[in-house]
Design a protein around this ligand. Sequence first.
Ligand SMILES: [Zn+2]
Length: 305
Amino acid sequence: MVTPVRKGVKPSEGALAMSKWRFWSKEGQIEEREPNREPSPAVATKARGFTPPPPRTATGLAAEFDMSDPDIARRVTRLQRLEHQVEEAELAAQRDNPWNERAALIDQAIKELDAQLRVPVERIDRNPPPLPDFPLTIVELVPESPSRVVIAANEHRFPFAEEIDWAERGTTVVKGDLLLESDELAALARELKLDLDVTEQLQDALFALATEVRDAALDGRALPGIVSFDQLLATCPVCGDIQLWNGVCLSCVDRKARLARFETERQRLFTERDAILTERANKVEQLPVLRKRYAEAVASLRERA
Ligand SMILES: [Zn+2]
């Protein structure tokens, strides 16, 4: 079943398209076809070039035949369902039809996503504040679990210890997350009058450094070549925001995640659009067969009655 698209669709248009859509896709619900129940905001439909289906002469089958005969009543019900299918297929065969309208709305949503995907990277240009160039040293390093890394910057100590997940230990070797075990960084940030955001970025940078030191020691790699406190934060070459010493820029991470969501949605819309147009094509293709079956069924019913 087709789900409604909200992105990029004006509420009035979306509501209109959906009500028509539901109206014509409820197979077997004959009573919903009463003409006075069709939503008909004349201005909006004309504006969109929508031509309502030509009024079909009411079959009046139920009136024409003896519905107290169960066999005839069953045949009439079947016939009414078939008639509904013929009507749907006729509607699908028209140039303006709910399927094309839905596809056009989806096209519009795809276009808006395309535009979003083409928006150039917004420059943030927020350089990191001046930081003291305290030399950074690793004063304690226990790579094996439970690992422990203590980074020193002058007299300040930033101890990180592995968070132990007891549920997982004993079965597999897990590199647990390192946690900062003191509020020394908060004290230093107050002293340097750093705002909360920069303080958090510094904590992320120290966490990334401690983790890299631990993992490099475990894997026998060289330790990262970062030597002073002011190198913990840098400027992102892409957006100009603050980035961590290891090149991670949170603004860029967020932007890439958002664009990936847009791309996923875009692919989903293409699939949905194809499904709608295929459904329409199938209905149009069935029209001659349905008409023939309908005519035969009416003739057979008249003969039987
Ligand atoms: Zn960036």
